[in-house]
Write a protein that binds this ligand. Sequence first.
Ligand SMILES: [Zn+2]
Length: 455
Amino acid sequence: MTASWLLQNVWLVPMDGPQDRPLGEVHRGSLRIVGDRIEALGALQPRPGERCEDGAGTFALPGFVQGHVHATQTLFRGLADDLPLLPWLQQRIWPLEHAHDEASTRASARLTFAELLLGGTTTVQTMESVRHAEITCEVALAAGMRAIVGNCLMDLADGGVPAGMPTSRHEAIRRTEALWRAFHGREGRLSIAVSPRFVLSCSDELARDAAALANATGMRIHTHAAEHPDEVAAVRARFRRDYLEVLHDQGLLGANTSLAHCVHTSPRERDLLVATGTAVLHCPSTNLKLGSGIAPIHHYRTRGVRVALGADGAPCNNRLSMLTELREAALLQNLAAGPGAWPAAQALWTATRGGAQALGLDHELGSLRPGLRADFVLFSLDDARLGNETGHAANVANRLVYAASERHVRSVYCGGQRVVHAGELQEAPLGTLAEIGLAAAAALPAVLQRAGLAR
Ligand SMILES: [Zn+2]
């Protein structure tokens, strides 16, 4: 029989309530873990011989779910600042991604997963480059994270894509199939998504093949859509239709699909999101940094479109922090739709259970409930800088969304295993943050050289 253990004396924030009280009943109690799942929570007494941990002074929340990240780009943080989307891709990101080798991809993935875990993210969907996505899968498994990974599909060489970066249509699909066979379902933590990069980098045939592969295997679909006005105009010029209409015609919309951004959508495209049940992955920092616009998230939410938050790639953020995205998301909707359009408690719900719903994972995670995976974060919120009502349950969502930062993350557990303690990574297996940083610094010069961007 699998041993159980008990986390005692915590404020439990279950995130399992109805829409007007999304946090559920915040109460003091204990959390019992058996294997990688929550067995019970509430007023629990230790069983004879049961290991106990004291969580006094902390709030336990479900681990954050980030719907859109590029682990492969983390090594390139700070190398592509102050550019709009298409030049950002053409001048920096595509050449840099194309210059990756296995060692540099591994260094980038280690840094990504370390940073995500330190910030309380336990589940991530990440779009990798054309090559080496298997390295990211290996690192995600080693890190203890839950991840949805995909190699990005690109078979068009126009639009500033480096020569040799796109593959043939068949090779793109073959690589996703190989990842699926090798990694899908591994350790109950890893899955593979079919990941066309965006409309402009895929032929119509490849997009249709991608949809067919997802249909045949049940894999999720993860792509970008309608991010920047110039990109939207380029899609309209090529297809004579709106962005989401193109994706719909290609068979890529549906309940199994999540689309990063959806900043610039027409009424007809919004109807398509609703009608197909497609989810939106909102990346507010990226939309601000690339000057893309403010996504109409309030509109999507009121129409029942599922929404997850994500940091996107480190070069367009430059953080991978859910707490940063939460704050940006809530503030932007105040600007776009008026203060109170996205109250803190509902934004926090989106960062946890709502994100899990958007990725089709809410039967497994996203709330603290018996039977779900034991992915949770302990926050220490006893800090005068968060407001005066510290130490008890009042305003926990407001403190987390508007004022808290990574320094308030005390411990992180994924599948019942502690991966962050006292704000530090558990050393095995990723290594210390200092070691991870040294590996990244060592890997970068050769990548810059190959990309023709060495200074
Ligand atoms: Zn992206």
